[in-house]
Design a binder for this molecule. Sequence first.
Ligand code: URP
Ligand code: ZN
Ligand code: ZN
Length: 465
Amino acid sequence: MRTLISNGTIVTADGSTAADVLIDAETIVQVGRDLAAAGATADETIDATGRYVIPGGIDAHTHMELPFGGTFAKDTFETGTRAAAFGGTTSIIDFAVQSRGGSLREGLDTWHAKAEGNAVADYGFHMIMSDVNDGTLAEMDGLVAEGIPDFKLFTAYPGVFYSDDGAIFRAMQQTARNGGLIMMHAENGMAIDVVAAQTVAAGMTDPIGHGVARKAVFEGEATNRVIRLAEAAGVPVYIVHLSASDALAEVRAARDRGTKAFAETCPQYLFLSLDDMGNGFEGAKFVCSPPLRSQDTWDDLWTGLVKDDLQLVATDHCPFDFHGQKELGRGDFRKVPNGLPGVEDRVDLLHDGGVVGGRISRERWVEIVSTAPAKMFGMYPQKGAVAVGSDADLVIYDPNRRHTISATTHHMNVDYSCYEGRSVQGGSDIVLSRGMVIVRDGQFTGRKGHGRFIKRAPANHARMS
Ligand code: URP
Ligand code: ZN
Ligand code: ZN
């Protein structure tokens, strides 16, 4: 099957150009002007007049079916990758979870079983380590060889995913040897638990207490600590879901002194705030960790994205229904499952708030939603590029079409939207995954099981600035 995409504007991280794209089976085979006139033939031609042709979005931080707080994140690999596709995202990297007392292998096998035969678009895995010991340290090198070169550890969630500094440092040393990447959830979970207990004891049991207890200084402190530990271990470190100006300042300072420190932020920290958590128990819809911050953080985070102190935006997609799941925390905010839905909204929110809003160029938009994650996580130029030889993961994107985000129309398997009623400019008209049209004009045309595991190589972070 050969597909010709004609008359569009190709937008990549490097620039924009009027050119056609020819796809043969799963791969881009030609990029250039007037390919039909030059003799290119195709079974289908897609006329992209007036629209962008961009590399498919890559969401480097999702949690399909994550067990958390006595329940499970609701999207499966089928529903989650399908929703992602509607929003212009054609690859996700999800977090496989090592259970306490279990091996990395068991966790990885569990996640492969969840995804294989179910995903509609391609997926990779990072590995969550919640139990660092001689056995799991020894397993890490094998995972790198199997295409899972990144390991997430937590200074948060004592008793669940938390690791102490010694455990984190040992995992960092191992990763320094095997060429992988350490990802850190950086909040001081021990201090947070103290303040959270005091907050509940003082009678503040509504979800706003979650935001009050998880202070920005606790994120800044933990970010500084894990970066310093990474420097001592000689390993690149990537801060996930960075939300606070304090934490950004630590990343910036580390980068300024030449440390290989990287960070992502998420749409919720750019578009939502602590104010959203203040409406009684309704605020549970916005409970995630780190928590939403004050609105004056937004400008700092956008500046971080402009200056590349933040390299990319991922969603931390972790959807729990308001009814029946978030409700587990009525009367005690500590029991609200942590996480927000968002895999479907990321590309459009960033186009609307970033490009239309005049904060970033359309090229930087493509970079932070696709190319940077591909480079950071060892899958460039297979993904994240519109180039000969790359996978034909492409989006025909209408930069002018407006739509309103709503739980009544979204495709994520969750009963509310954090962005209910927000009108955004820009939308994915046609989405291709390895040459297959999987979304066309609001209809799903893909296939369950089309998605494939992406075996990733360790990226060369030493060459990234
Ligand atoms: O609230 C969040 N972020 N839930 C998902 C788990 C995590 O820490 O990423
Ligand atoms: Zn986390
Ligand atoms: Zn997460």
